[in-house]
Write a protein that binds this ligand. Structure first.
Ligand SMILES: Cc1cc2nc3c(=O)[nH]c(=O)nc-3n(C[C@H](O)[C@H](O)[C@H](O)COP(=O)(O)OP(=O)(O)OC[C@H]3O[C@@H](n4cnc5c(N)ncnc54)[C@H](O)[C@@H]3O)c2cc1C
Length: 464
């Protein structure tokens, strides 16, 4: 407690005018400022500094270092493990750095912007950058981990559209990283998470996307084997215009779905086709021959509206427990396990998603960016979710039980953005052959591991 109080006092002394935007324990708004999306995370930082410029970020890094305090960087605060906040340390809150500017073929977004802001701005120009499926997610964390969503098969991962980033390094230096400047750093930022510096601005290519054909097909959960066998073949061979992720889920009781389906457990595929209605009908025609669909709800929707479709379901403060794997092949044996665990979905919000990594995402090789698992075909996430903290143990038990039972069918590592804090071995398994290069770049840009509240890459030790 004493350390906490002294950091607040030191901020008044050392941070000058910036101290007015610093919040510590006891200050009004402290609990709101320390809260992250995952309600299971309850951390108490000593100081949260709301930075609005790269200079302020640099000053806050120097402050944390001078006081030997752990430093967390918060973008959108969505990380499952709560890596945007740290106990007894300093948090750089980037939410004030959220300017979004759209050019003819590019969009520049502040390091603390959300995808909702980007989608809205690009959507006005009939364009989009690949993101995730929840628009309240931060641009920062999602991009630095890779970025999987509705446009993955058409335009690749989010990092495949990244053309440059402004970064504040551990020593306060401000650099621009791109294919031509600090190319090693640019390589590492594309999948290596927040290990290398604080990104204050991202510049992405944006692509011609306006109205898309999107929506789910639902089947009775008992038909999971048939649907998963179809999905594994169909989605890897489908035209790039077609994206679909498989889900084991409970139909939410909302007007969008017929009342007779409400709260029914289903096997689902959530589609997004970038093309005309005629193309979408033609591409998705085989879907109707699989099992006995309960609903095929694909229709025209503006891309930005699709991006926010699930925001109301996965609201901030829900209890969330995460496990994940990359998957090369969905075997028949694994499918039986998915059926078993899908039937045991513990709550309405809990789900398992299987995202396709194919199409344009496979144009980039495993060593071309830090995101190593380009050769995988799927990213699986098991997501135990509920509003009631009393259900936390139930969510965790289901999630871990499901993961333990299916991990043997995986490719080994997991998508960093779907992981909680699971230890060094898991981080290494995830970066595989890229880990050593990442560790060398880490040693160059952050030798003291100032940025360690993340899926941490440890700086390589100097030879000799
Ligand atoms: C409901 C929900 C749905 C999701 N769906 C998807 C999905 O469809 N596709 C997908 O790819 N992911 C998805 N995610 C996962 C998401 O990508 C990660 O949670 C990601 O870490 C969130 O980024 P953030 O900036 O919001 O998080 P934060 O918690 O703020 O940060 C996460 C990590 O990134 C670092 N970081 C954030 N911003 C910066 C920055 N500007 N500079 C340096 N480091 C930074 C932080 O230090 C931290 O280590 C989802 C998450 C949730 C909660």
């Amino acid at each position: 407690m004493r350390a906490t109080t002294s950091l607040s006092d030191a901020a008044q002394r050392d941070l000058g005018g910036l101290a007015e935007r610093a919040v510590g324990p006891g200050d009004p708004g402290y609990d709101e400022a320390r809260a992250v999306h995952n309600g299971m995370i309850d951390r108490h930082p000593a100081l949260i500094v709301r930075c609005t410029s790269a200079d302020e970020v640099a000053r806050t890094i120097a402050f944390a270092r001078a006081h030997d305090a752990p430093l967390a960087v918060r973008g959108g605060g969505h990380n499952g493990g709560g890596l945007g906040v740290v106990d007894d340390g300093v948090v750089i809150d980037l939410s004030g750095l959220d300017e979004v500017v759209v050019g003819p073929d590019v969009v520049r977004a502040g390091g603390g912007a959300t995808w909702a802001q980007v989608d809205r701005a690009t959507g006005e120009h009939g364009r989009a950058t690949p993101a995730g499926i929840i628009s309240t997610t931060g641009v920062g964390g999602l991009t630095l981990g890779g970025g999987l969503g509705h446009l993955t098969r058409r335009y690749g991962l989010t990092i495949d559209s990244l053309v440059g980033a402004d970064v504040v390094l551990a020593d306060g230096t401000q650099v621009h990283a791109s294919a031509d400047e600090h190319a090693d750093l640019f390589w590492a930022l594309r999948g290596g998470g927040g290990n290398f510096g604080v990104v204050t601005s991202f510049t992405f290519r944006c692509h011609p996307v306006s109205t898309v054909l999107a929506g789910p097909t639902f089947w009775p959960i008992e038909q999971t084997p048939e649907v998963m066998r179809f999905f594994r073949e169909f989605i890897t061979a489908a035209p790039r215009a077609v994206n679909g992720f498989f889900a084991l889920m409970t139909v939410p009781p909302v007007d969008l779905f017929p009342p007779e389906l409400h709260l029914r457990k289903v096997a689902a595929i959530m589609w997004c086709v970038v093309g005309s209605e005629e193309e979408a009908s033609r591409y998705l025609a085989p879907v109707h021959d699989v099992g006995t669909p309960l609903l095929h709800g694909v229709g025209a929707v503006p891309h930005a509206a699709l991006q926010s479709l699930f925001d109301g379901l996965y609201t901030p403060g829900l209890q969330c427990y995460w496990r994940a794997d990359f998957v090369n092949e969905i075997t028949d044996e694994a499918i039986e396990k998915h059926l078993e665990w899908g039937q045991k979905l513990p709550t309405m919000h809990s789900t398992m998603h299987m995202y396709a990594i194919s199409g344009a995402a496979h144009d980039v090789g495993p060593a071309d960016t830090a995101f190593s698992y380009r050769d995988a075909n799927f990213a699986e996430v098991i997501f135990g979710v509920d509003p009631d903290p009393a259900n936390a143990d139930t969510l965790r038990d289901w999630c871990i039980g499901y993961y333990d039972d299916t991990h043997e069918y995986s490719a080994g590592g997991a998508y960093v953005n779907f992981m909680m804090e699971e230890g060094q071995e898991r981080v290494r398994a995830t970066y595989r052959g890229n880990y050593d290069r990442l560790a060398r770049i880490k040693a160059q840009y952050d030798p003291n591991n100032v940025f360690r509240i993340n899926q941490n890459i440890q700086p390589a030790k100097a030879a000799g």
